[in-house]
Write a protein that binds this ligand. Structure first.
Ligand code: OOB
Length: 542
């Protein structure tokens, strides 16, 4: 293993890496450098705002440097992992840059995550610090931090934005920093090293961490920003949580700052608040998952107005229905772009000069010439265009392995380094892809990925449950909705009891089943395994 790589990182083969450098995909730039040009060229241009507070490029750049020094002063070192559990608040942005510059690796948890997910992410990453808001959306994060420190001893530092209540406050970390770091004390990280650990939405079982290097993620950001035409006039609204790859880097917050534009932060995406923010901040672009796009369309149709300045609406995360796609232009007055991506890497975009039919009916085509996409039958042979198969990919910004997951990597990747996406797609002659389904045991609930096995295990721990199967059923709004099919072991539990049980176990709310169905037995396969397809069919019929 190459020096400087944390254990468990699977690098690209050397000749492939050389090729990516020769092609200019990898430029040796660090993510922390993204702000530097902006700070030099347009120091007073607003880099980030939440509609009230504004940070110019120079100010943001300096805050990131001070925070880097403050974190270093608190003993956080290059290569260590920091679990970041923040909603879309301003501090998220300088914190990311501070960590990138320090060479410490942010692990980006979603705001909806609770004890179960947070403990497992901290363990898996070996996080040394945990960064939280005091309270957000009615949830006090400090008791969770206390519990985390007890359960995961590697976490030695908790940093709180707001009232620290005995922990370290974010403000103190910034203030404690030496005003001018001494020369030579702040070496830049090596661009081929891991810059950030993203969460996987696409795997079965326990969550996996996705190591993205400075080189590959910088390219991801740059190429996305170019394809979307982002520039200094771009005003990008983060309607989805920035911890997710899509609003973070496709082009998202990082792409907007790379292009010299302005990031407008929102902690929610309900159409009324979002439309107001779009109007007052002159937002030009944003990204949504299909159920939110639907909510915005319905609101516009019902007279909530139009997000007047919006030029580009990106939609991705789960399959957008054609009927919904067709309403975007007329109702929102902006262009639609479909984005089919994954935190593991590959991104597909429809392009602004694509024929309208392709924009409405496909999930786009690969971002880069360097993306090697193949669509294969179950026997591994490639299928012709037009036929459905599993998408496999390798390329300059697609990982070669999950973080510390040797066993899983052996099946998640092919021997020649392709990532098996588990997505069933078909390719049109134009190269555009249509997502038709999935081979993995993950339910895609409006872009939120629900690992079936994990939720089943939590439910099985309930004393009134003998056996359980979680299935996704088609749903007009969410794409899929979750049904927990329960074989009771005594008095059948109610859905309320089960939700209380999951909440008590600290399972994020988006994983809670939408419906509970009590059954005597499940349909089984010849081998006695639960026949999920048949189960779903019976539920649909009932
Ligand atoms: C995005 O990333 P993840 O990592 O949360 O989930 C990836 C999976 C894909 O493998 C696919 O199953 C599904 O989400 N997906 C879509 C889709 N976009 C993602 N399925 C159908 N249509 C789409 N447009 O979800 C993500 C990452 C970057 C950009 C956009 C989405």
């Amino acid at each position: 293993m190459a020096a400087g790589f944390p254990d468990g990182f699977v690098p690209w083969p050397k000749d492939t890496a050389d090729h990516y450098r020769a092609k200019g995909y990898w430029q040796g730039s660090t993510l922390g450098s993204i702000l530097r040009d902006g700070a030099r060229e347009r120091p007073d241009h607003t880099a980030v705002t939440d509609g009230e507070r504004r940070l110019g490029y120079r100010e943001l750049d300096r805050e990131a440097d001070r925070l880097r020094a403050g974190l270093a002063a608190r003993g956080i070192r290059a290569g260590e992992r920091v679990l970041v559990h923040l909603p879309n608040i301003i501090e998220f942005v300088p914190l990311c840059f501070a960590l990138f510059r320090l060479g410490a690796v942010p692990v980006l948890a979603l705001p909806a995550h609770r004890e179960t997910e947070i403990v497992s992410l901290a363990r898996l990453s070996g996080a040394v610090a945990y960064v939280i808001p005091d309270e957000h959306a009615g949830f006090d994060h400090r008791p969770l931090a206390r519990c985390l420190r007890e359960r995961v001893p590697s976490v030695r530092e908790v940093i709180v934005v707001g009232d620290a209540d005995g922990f370290t406050s974010y403000g103190d970390v910034v203030a404690a920093a030496p005003s001018r770091p001494k020369d030579g004390t702040t070496p830049e990280p090596d661009p081929s090293e891991v810059a950030v650990l993203l969460l996987s939405g696409g795997t079965t079982g326990l969550p996996k961490l996705i190591p993205r290097t400075h080189d590959d993620y910088h390219y991801n950001v740059r190429a996305s920003a170019r394809v979307c035409g982002f520039d200094e006039d771009t005003r990008y609204l983060t309607a989805l949580p920035m911890a997710h790859n899509f609003p973070l880097a496709c082009p998202g917050m990082l792409g907007t700052l790379w292009a010299g534009g302005t990031v407008v932060l929102s902690t929610g995406a309900n159409p009324h608040d979002a439309f107001r923010l779009i109007e007052s901040e002159g937002v030009t672009a944003t990204a949504l998952v299909p159920p939110l796009a639907l909510a915005w369309l319905d609101a516009a149709e019902q007279g909530a107005g139009r997000p007047g300045t919006l030029k580009l609406l990106q939609v991705g995360g789960s399959r957008l229905k054609e009927e919904t796609a067709r309403r975007v232009g007329p109702l929102l007055g902006c262009s639609l772009q479909q984005v089919y991506g994954m935190a593991e890497g590959l991104l597909n975009f429809t392009r602004s000069d694509d024929p309208p039919e392709l924009v409405l009916t496909t999930q786009g085509r690969p971002l880069s010439e360097g993306d090697e996409v193949r669509i294969v039958a179950p026997d591994g042979s490639e299928v012709p265009d037009g036929e459905v198969g599993e998408l496999q990919v390798r390329g300059p910004y697609t990982i070669r392995g999950y973080h510390r997951a040797e066993e899983h990597n052996a099946t998640a990747f092919t021997p020649d380094g392709h990532y098996r996406t588990g997505d069933l797609v078909r390719r049109l002659p134009s190269g555009h892809l249509v997502v038709e389904g999935r081979t993995k045991d993950v339910i895609n609930r409006g872009g939120d990925k629900i690992p079936v096995e994990e939720v089943e295990n939590h439910l099985l721990a309930h004393p009134a449950i003998h056996d359980v199967a979680l299935v996704g059923l088609p749903d007009d709004t969410l794409g899929e909705r979750t049904w927990a099919c329960v074989i009771p072991g005594g008095t059948p539990p109610t859905r309320r009891e089960l939700l209380a049980h999951l909440t008590a176990r600290g399972v994020a709310a988006y994983k809670h089943p939408d419906r509970v169905r009590i059954m005597d037995d499940f349909p089984r396969t010849g081998l006695g395994k639960v026949n999920r397809r048949e189960l779903a069919r019976r539920l649909r019929e009932a």
